[in-house]
Design a protein around this ligand. Structure first.
Ligand code: SAH
Ligand code: TYD
Length: 414
């Protein structure tokens, strides 16, 4: 087992000391699906959150080295959800219409471009583009689709090289990646250098307001270093001569926020920014007590889920997990879910199949196994894809199958 780092935590935005508010205990790498011969050497760290009131940033107090998470065997392939493919087609269309029209030869850069789920839409329109994707296996998938991709971690230095080679960008995009990167100042400084004077920086991530309101604590895991809000993004942007000019709530990933930024003064600030900041104060997102209360709600959610799973076990009901999500690693390990509670987890991603879930070591099996050997209950770890999955599983439900949900409340559906 690896030793825990001893350094006292500090806020990644302000550099000031950061107090731990809630700890989930020791956790493995959320996407670290593994084989039995790797169990003995599995890596663990303490998953805990802290809040800095000055920057309004909720963040992890301890972090995992990025090279342990993002590499040539990265298990998350963006294109596994048809709904997400449509979502990114719409995102790309919106950016094209709103921001690329003025440029004769537009250039779009995406951070964390994964298998090309977003950039494929620009490539199809013949728009000059560049993906930045350090995980080599998913980057290779994008290249197979004809998407130009650099397999490196984005930071200020890489931004300088991109500008030297390709010139500045009209749009710098990102989804579910900005919140992954602890060196946030280097990234924002890189964006500042990369953007044309009228360029836009548009990105989305799971939204702190949704996490608190829905007790969706499973968004908290190693890759998610930050839990953003309009207030915290505005704070970081201001330190780099950038400005938050619009926000737009999104339903994906259980509730996300899209942030649009530009150079300070380059574009008018939309009323949505002030409105969202007001909502955030109303929700108490600026106060540490909110996260103390959130911690208590998380414990109640855990207790209710385990009572339900223990009851299923006593009654001899078979439960299988649905979707070997990163989020499920926090749920299984924090709640104490074992292979005695959940027989296997069904997942459509080939690289996860035949392996075991991180920490809890529940077998991950192909979706075909779920269809062949339907359980009584499907514990919906991919609850953010509920609409897509429920539509696909009408037969399971018609045959008496039920879903166990735990966000926003623990319960059985339908
Ligand atoms: N944008 C995709 C993928 C999100 S997963 C989607 O929304 O579905 C996060 C991705 O960011 C991973 O593929 C990971 O390899 C990549 N990533 C992590 N750190 C990065 C960094 N510093 N620069 C660029 N990409 C990074
Ligand atoms: P997702 O919730 O997008 O990710 P995260 O890892 O960020 O928590 O992951 C969805 C997982 O569920 C992914 O491994 C693919 C799987 N999945 C299925 O098995 N069947 C489905 O119908 C869908 C939509 C996803």
């Amino acid at each position: 087992m690896n030793p825990a780092p001893a350094a006292a935590p500090s806020c990644l935005v302000t550099g000031k000391p950061l107090e731990k508010i809630f700890s989930f205990g020791r956790m493995p790498i959320a996407n670290g699906f593994l084989a039995p011969e790797q169990f003995a050497d599995e890596y663990f760290f303490e998953l805990a959150i802290g809040f800095n009131p000055e920057s309004r940033m909720l963040q992890l107090t301890e972090r995992v080295d990025e090279r342990k998470m993002f590499h040539e065997n990265y298990a998350f392939f963006s294109s596994t959800s048809a709904y997400m493919q449509r979502h990114f087609a719409e995102f790309a269309a919106k950016v094209s219409e709103a921001y690329l029209g003025e440029s004769a030869d537009p250039f779009v850069v995406e951070i964390g471009s994964n298998d090309g789920i977003m950039l494929q839409n620009f490539a199809a329109r013949g728009v000059r583009h560049l993906g930045i994707e350090p995980s080599a296996n998913v980057a290779a998938k994008a290249r197979e689709k004809g998407i130009r991709t650099v397999s490196e971690f984005f930071d200020e230095k890489l931004a300088e090289r991109i500008v030297a080679e390709h010139g500045q960008a009209d749009a710098f995009l990102g989804a579910n990646v900005m919140c992954h990167i602890p060196y946030i100042h280097s990234v924002f400084e890189g964006v500042k250098k990369l953007l044309k004077p009228k360029g836009v920086f548009a990105f989305e991530d799971p939204y702190l307001g949704d996490i608190v309101q829905k007790t969706s604590y499973d968004q908290i895991y190693d890759e998610h270093v930050f839990y953003f809000s309009a207030a915290s993004i505005g704070f970081v942007a201001a330190a780099h001569g950038l400005e938050l000019v619009a926000v737009e709530p999104q339903s994906v990933h259980g509730g996300s926020m899209r942030y649009v930024l530009s150079h300070r003064g380059a574009r008018p600030v939309d009323a949505s920014v002030r409105r969202q900041e007001d909502i955030e104060r109303f929700l108490g997102l600026d106060r540490p007590e909110t996260y103390v209360k959130f911690g208590r709600a998380v414990e109640r959610s855990r207790d209710a889920l385990m009572a339900l799973l223990d009851d299923c076990r006593k009654k001899g009901r078979r439960v299988a997990g649905y979707g070997a999500t990163s989020k499920s690693t926090t749920v299984t390990n924090f709640c104490g879910i074992t292979p005695q509670h959940v027989e296997f987890i069904s997942d459509t991603t080939p690289i996860k199949q035949g392996k075991f879930s991180p920490g809890a070591h529940i077998p991950v099996r192909p979706y075909e196994d779920f269809v062949k050997n339907r359980p009584d209950y499907a514990l919906l770890f991919a609850w953010n894809h509920a609409a897509e999955i429920m539509a696909k599983e009408r037969e399971f439900v018609a045959a008496g199958g039920r879903f166990i949900l735990y966000v926003p409340q623990v319960g059985i559906e339908p």
